[in-house]
Design a protein around this ligand. Structure first.
Ligand SMILES: [Mg+2]
Length: 192
């Protein structure tokens, strides 16, 4: 999967203007929650910031900020290597691979989004691999899908409710089938 780069100023921490290397803004709650969810899922998350160029004293300020707001110190870098799977940044514009066209323009989606949506690829296994390997049917496959992405695609309970809907539906189908068997031929045979 590779590591997830997260920009600091303007992405993870509030930023309006430069106030010195010792000043890092207040945490941006939605971004902090997202990072914490990734960390809980075992993702390799790294702070990706131009501040690294300021030198070692700067790193200490960033580490302290991490500890205070994320509960742990993340790796800090300004180097984008081939292990970086994705970058979250307030200044980025994403282009479709090999297209030169902006993602979001008509017909342009990122290959990563199409092939490996991040909300399905956390952890060691991709949801689609699990569903196929376990031979799950439509209903149960959706239960696993929505449970698997809960907390990673949006933060509401929508995914859990969708999982519940599919599970209820599966139970209804199974109960319907069982009742049919009881009320149908099986019962007639017994009655006869
Ligand atoms: Mg920034």
């Amino acid at each position: 999967m590779g590591w997830i780069g997260v920009d600091l100023d303007g992405t993870l921490a509030n930023y309006s203007h430069w106030e010195g290397e010792e000043h890092i803004g207040a945490p941006v709650p939605a971004m902090v929650s997202r990072v914490k969810a990734w960390l809980n899922a075992g993702e390799d998350v790294r702070i990706f910031t131009a501040r690294v160029a300021n030198g070692p004293a700067q790193l200490e300020h960033i580490k302290r900020w991490c500890l205070e707001h994320l509960g742990r110190i993340l790796p800090i870098t300004n180097v984008k290597d081939f292990g970086m799977a994705i970058l979250w940044d307030d200044r980025c514009v994403q282009v479709g691979m090999n297209t030169g066209r902006r993602v979001g323009e008509e017909g342009v989606m990122s290959d990563e989004i199409i092939n490996h949506p991040a909300h399905y690829t956390r952890g060691k296994f991709e949801v689609i691999d699990v569903i196929e390997d376990w031979n799950l049917d439509w209903h149960l496959g959706n239960v696993v899908k929505y449970v698997g992405r809960y907390g990673h695609k949006g933060s509401d309970l929508g995914d859990l409710k969708k999982a519940r809907w599919y599970l209820n539906r599966k139970i209804q189908v199974m109960e319907g089938t069982q009742n049919e068997n009881l009320d149908g031929d099986g019962r007639n045979e017994r009655a006869g």
